[in-house]
Design a protein around this ligand. Structure first.
Ligand code: NAD
Ligand code: MG
Length: 394
């Protein structure tokens, strides 16, 4: 690796942020976190600054600026305090970092992800919602600026690795995304009516933030990942497939025209994907142990159940429809998941709300960022007002 890597970790206080900082701290000779950002958790951000001593810390919530500045000063740190989206975009695009870990959750991560792509940075992309909302735009901005995108989502990171096995293009027959099936795998639709937020976020294999944990429970996560794969790897829907694999050890598979299927395997720990992104084309220590298949014993596979988990079907349809449909899907899902986590609606209301919002908003071309953001806002309003019709008794 040429010189020191200077890394901005966006969403540093989250689950991916913690994994990224863990890997970075293992390699003080070759990389350093120079920018850390968080949404509104000032205390957690200051604590990370104490440990990692970045040059800059950014809090998205502008009302917390004085608190952040005071906290950094009281900690005796030289880290400069910043607040707001413009400040974050400026730091991401600036000379203080060459690598950006995009790990903000939801469409809130789109602006900074685009800023990193436009500035030609190495983009370690965890924020899948930005690809679902504005995939064509983000890919074309990244291509135009020669930004190198390394997917961090474990499935896409696996596919990225498998695709590096050859020097040609156009030889992929099929890409198979694996899915753990989430905490409710095997349950009928009826049995899902009364599941609670606490049960939904208790993922059997992965430790993740609350939003993606609920997405894993509804299988919307796999639907978002189909759209993500479509954009990242430029493959049409008919070359994509989903396979449930409860052990979460095979992270995805790529089948080539010669009949070879390559897979990437490993323990379910995001530090492996992050180490690939931080070190590529070198392999570097991640802190993750190797895979002992003798201890693990079995690898099982089954088809996804789209009757019990309609979000996967809805996402597939939105991908096929293209244009603004994935943006609507994503926005409706974010609003519905947030209401579910707050105990306002039941689990089955999530697919119902997404389906209704998709039906209400006619699709259109995804021409510009403005058009996509307008559709995103409209879908959020429609879904929010439909929530009362699904409200749980208080
Ligand atoms: P998380 O909830 O643990 O962390 C989210 C981070 O984003 C926090 O640092 C939070 O402060 C910040 N944030 C939230 N709202 C913000 C806003 N409006 N502006 C700025 N910052 C904001 O989430 P996570 O599990 O780390 O997931 C982050 C992203 O990575 C998501 O897009 C998720 O789908 C993706 N991802 C996560 C995992 C995983 O294992 N956790 C795996 C694959 C992909
Ligand atoms: Mg994933």
């Amino acid at each position: 690796m040429a010189g020191m890597r200077h890394i901005a970790v966006l969403g540093a206080t989250g689950s991916i942020g913690a994994s990224a900082l863990d890997v970075i701290a293992r390699h003080p000779d070759r990389m350093r976190a120079t920018v850390l950002s968080a949404g509104s958790q000032v205390e957690a951000l200051v604590a990370l600054c104490r440990t990692h001593r970045p040059d800059h810390a950014v809090i998205a919530d502008e009302a917390r600026f004085a608190e952040l500045r005071g906290g950094l000063r009281d900690a005796g740190l030289l880290t400069q305090a910043h607040a707001g989206a413009d400040a974050l975009d400026g730091l991401v695009a600036g000379a203080g970092c060459d690598t950006v870990v995009a790990a903000i959750v939801g469409a809130a991560g789109l602006r900074s992800t685009l800023a990193a792509a436009a500035a030609g940075k190495r983009l370690l992309l965890a924020n899948k919602e930005s690809l679902v909302l504005a995939g064509e735009l983000l890919m074309s901005v990244a291509n135009g600026a020669n930004a190198e995108i390394i997917p961090i989502d474990s499935e896409h990171n696996a596919i990225f690795q498998c695709l590096r096995s050859r020097e040609t293009q156009g030889d992929v027959r099929r890409i198979v995304l694996t899915a753990s099936g989430g905490p409710f795998r095997g349950r009928s639709r009826d049995a899902l009516a009364t599941v609670t937020p606490a049960q939904a976020v208790a993922h059997p294999k992965w430790s993740m933030g609350p939003k993606i944990s609920v997405d894993s429970a509804t299988l919307m996560n796999k639907g978002l990942e189909l759209i993500e794969a479509h954009h990242l790897f430029g493959v049409p829907g008919e070359k994509l497939a989903v396979l449930v694999h409860p052990q979460s050890l095979v992270h995805s598979l790529v089948e080539f025209v010669d009949g070879s299927t390559l897979a990437q395997l490993g323990l379910p720990d995001m530090r492996t994907s992050l180490a690939v992104g931080l070190g590529w084309p070198q392999r570097i220590e991640s802190g993750v142990a190797g895979l002992d298949l003798l201890t693990q014993g079995r690898l099982d596979f089954e088809a996804p159940d789209t009757d019990a988990f309609p979000c996967l079907r809805l996402a597939w349809e939105a991908m096929e429809a293209g244009g603004t449909a994935p943006a609507v899907l994503n926005a409706a899902n974010e609003v519905a998941v947030s209401a579910f986590l707050q105990g306002r609606i039941g689990f089955l209301a999530i697919p119902a709300l997404v389906e209704d919002t998709l039906a209400l908003l006619p699709g259109g071309p995804a021409e510009s960022l403005e058009a996509l953001l307008a559709v995103d806002a409209q879908a959020r309003r429609l879904t929010a007002s439909a929530i009362t019709g699904h409200a749980l008794p208080a």
